[in-house]
Ligand binder design. Sequence first.
Ligand SMILES: *[C@@H]1O[C@H](CO)[C@@H](O)[C@H](O)[C@H]1NC(C)=O
Length: 193
Amino acid sequence: MYRIALLSLVVSVFARIISDSCPKVTNVEDFNFDAYGDGVWFEVARYPDAVVKDGKCGILTYKQDGDVKKIKYTFVSNKKLMTIEGNAKLANDAGTTGKLIHSLPYGDIKGTVIDSELNILAIDYDNFFICYYCQFDEAQKNYRESAWVLSRSKTLSEEAKAVVDKYVKDSKFLNDSKFVWLPANDEDCWVEA
Ligand SMILES: *[C@@H]1O[C@H](CO)[C@@H](O)[C@H](O)[C@H]1NC(C)=O
């Protein structure tokens, strides 16, 4: 029984969706990259993610460094602090919308740097943003997707949560039951020295 439960969990976490293309997304208009890309965001919810797995207490920090916007993403996994660092920029075809390229080393820390397109779907700069990632596999004719909700405070205010919930419900491609809402208690964020 235990094995079967485990297997089905793995399958659902890495589920790929059969399709001709990624869903059509509409990124936020009049995107203010400087207001977004400055300071700290706390990860409050996400789709199950193959990289972070059961990681908790995700913190995304942006910092301008000359011409470059640096990203630092940390999370706690098995009482260890994991860190992924890279750069963020607007996509060439972003126009005035919130379409970003994150260049991050995935896999092990010395892994190759992968550019991924990150779509900022909704943001109010002071409280929350919702973002979405989708990678289409030409050969397999399917895609892998991810979505996150980040917050300026460790927990979302009720007002911001209501805005996020409504956005997700109204969305044609986001699935509210896929979001895992993450705990924000100190115990989960504790790191072994
Ligand atoms: C939404 O997500 C849940 C949980 O992963 C899944 O069971 C359900 O099939 C999904 N619904 C759609 C329409 O994809």
